[in-house]
Design a protein around this ligand. Structure first.
Ligand SMILES: C[S@@+](CC[C@H](N)C(=O)[O-])C[C@H]1O[C@@H](n2cnc3c(N)ncnc32)[C@H](O)[C@@H]1O
Length: 309
C-alpha cells in the first residue's frame, strides 16, 4: 500500500483558525481556577488556550482531535506561549473521550466543549480535498488513518445513495441531478480530485453566475460528503449519550454547531436529559461585528447546559 507522508514546515505549523464565539464560550463554561475541561475539537487550539488561561496551573484542559496535523500545530503553539498553560493533547474521536480521561488519570470533569466541523487549517491544506479549488485528492477525512477517502466511496456508491447523502446532509435540491452527473462521469473515468467534483456540481447548477445566490454550487455537496465520510452525526450522538456520567454536578457542556441537523440533535438531547438545566433557551449566534471579522461564524449556533444533579 502506498503511504503519502506530508512533512509539516514552520508555516503549516501555524494555525489560521479564528475561534468563533470565543467570549461566549469562556463566559458560558463558568470557568474558575482548578477546573478540568475537555475540549473535544481542539482544532487550532484557540478555545483551549483561552480556557486553560482561566483554569490556571491548578486546572487542566484535556484537548482531543481526530486530526493529527491539528494536534502537531497545537502542541507547537503551546510550546511557544510566553506563559505556560496546562493542556494535555490526545489523538482520538471526541466520542471516545473516556479513554483520554483515563489516560490523563481523570475521573470526572467540570466542562465539555465541542466546536463541530472543519477548521480553517484543514480547509487551507490543499492536499486534503476540503477546499473545492484544490488539486488535492478528494479525501475529506479528519482522521486519515481510518475509514475510506471520499473519492473511493463516490466511485463505489449507488446513484440513489449519493443523492440521498447530498440531500440529507447538504440539503441540496439539486442532489439527484448531481448524483446522476457523478455516475455519468465515473463511467468514463473515476473521480479522484476535489476540483473535479466541484466542476461537476457547478455544471449542475442552473443559477447564473451573476445571480444573488452567493454560495458556490459545490458547497453543499462537499459538506454532505464530509459529514458522511467522517460519520459526524454518529460521533455527536454517541457523545451525547455518555458525557453526563463524566460531568460533575454544576459542570457545563457547550456545543457549537454549523448545521441544522447537528443543532437539532443537540437541542433534543439537552431537552431530553432530566439532570440538565438549559442555559441558552435560544442558541447564541455571532454578532454582526464577529461575522464581519470572521465570516465562518455566520452559521454558528452555541447551546449550553448545566448538570444540576
Ligand atoms: C472547528 S474546528 C475547532 C476549532 C477550535 N475550537 C479552535 O479554537 O481552534 C473542529 C476540529 O474538530 C476536529 N473534529 C471534528 N470531528 C471530530 C471528532 N469526532 N473527534 C475529534 N475531533 C474532531 C476537526 O479535526 C477540527 O480540527
Amino acid at each position: 500500500m502506498a503511504v503519502t507522508v506530508f512533512h509539516m514546515n514552520d508555516d503549516t505549523l501555524k494555525t489560521r483558525h479564528i475561534p468563533v464565539l470565543f467570549d461566549e464560550i469562556i463566559e458560558g463554561l463558568n470557568l474558575a481556577p482548578g477546573k478540568i475541561v475537555v475540549d473535544g475539537t481542539l482544532g487550532g487550539g484557540g478555545h483551549a488556550i483561552g480556557i486553560a488561561r482561566k483554569v490556571g496551573k491548578t486546572g487542566l484542559v484535556i484537548g482531543i482531535d481526530r486530526d493529527s496535523a491539528a494536534l502537531d500545530r497545537v502542541d507547537k503553539r503551546i510550546e511557544e506561549l510566553d506563559e505556560p498553560v496546562n493542556i494535555k493533547t490526545y489523538f482520538a474521536n471526541y466520542c471516545d473521550f473516556d479513554a483520554a480521561l483515563e489516560r490523563a488519570g481523570v475521573d470526572r470533569v467540570d466542562g465539555f466543549l465541542l466546536d463541530l466541523g472543519l477548521s480553517s487549517d484543514q480547509l487551507a491544506d490543499r492536499s486534503r480535498g476540503f477546499s473545492f479549488d484544490s488539486d488535492g485528492e478528494l479525501d475529506l477525512r479528519f482522521d486519515t488513518t481510518e475509514g475510506t477517502p471520499a473519492y473511493q466511496l463516490l466511485n463505489r456508491w449507488r446513484e440513489d445513495k449519493i443523492a440521498d447523502i447530498i440531500y440529507k446532509y447538504g440539503e441540496d435540491k439539486l442532489s439527484r441531478r448531481i448524483a446522476r452527473a457523478i455516475v455519468e462521469r465515473r463511467t468514463c473515468e473515476p473521480i479522484r480530485y476535489a476540483r473535479e467534483l466541484a466542476d461537476i456540481c457547478r455544471r449542475c447548477d442552473p443559477t447564473p453566475p451573476w445571480s444573488k445566490k452567493r454560495i458556490d454550487p459545490a458547497t453543499r455537496t462537499f459538506q454532505a460528503l464530509r459529514i458522511a465520510v467522517n460519520d459526524e452525526l454518529g460521533s455527536l450522538e454517541t457523545f451525547l449519550t455518555k458525557f453526563m456520567k463524566s460531568l460533575n454536578v454544576g459542570g457545563r457542556v457547550a456545543i457549537i454547531s454549523f448545521h441544522s441537523l447537528e443543532d437539532r440533535i443537540v437541542k433534543n438531547a439537552f431537552r431530553a436529559a432530566d439532570d440538565l438545566k438549559i442555559i441558552t433557551k435560544k442558541p447564541i449566534v455571532a454578532t454582526d461585528e464577529e461575522v464581519e471579522r470572521n465570516p465562518r461564524s455566520r452559521s454558528a449556533k452555541l447551546r449550553i447546559a448545566e448538570k444540576v444533579r
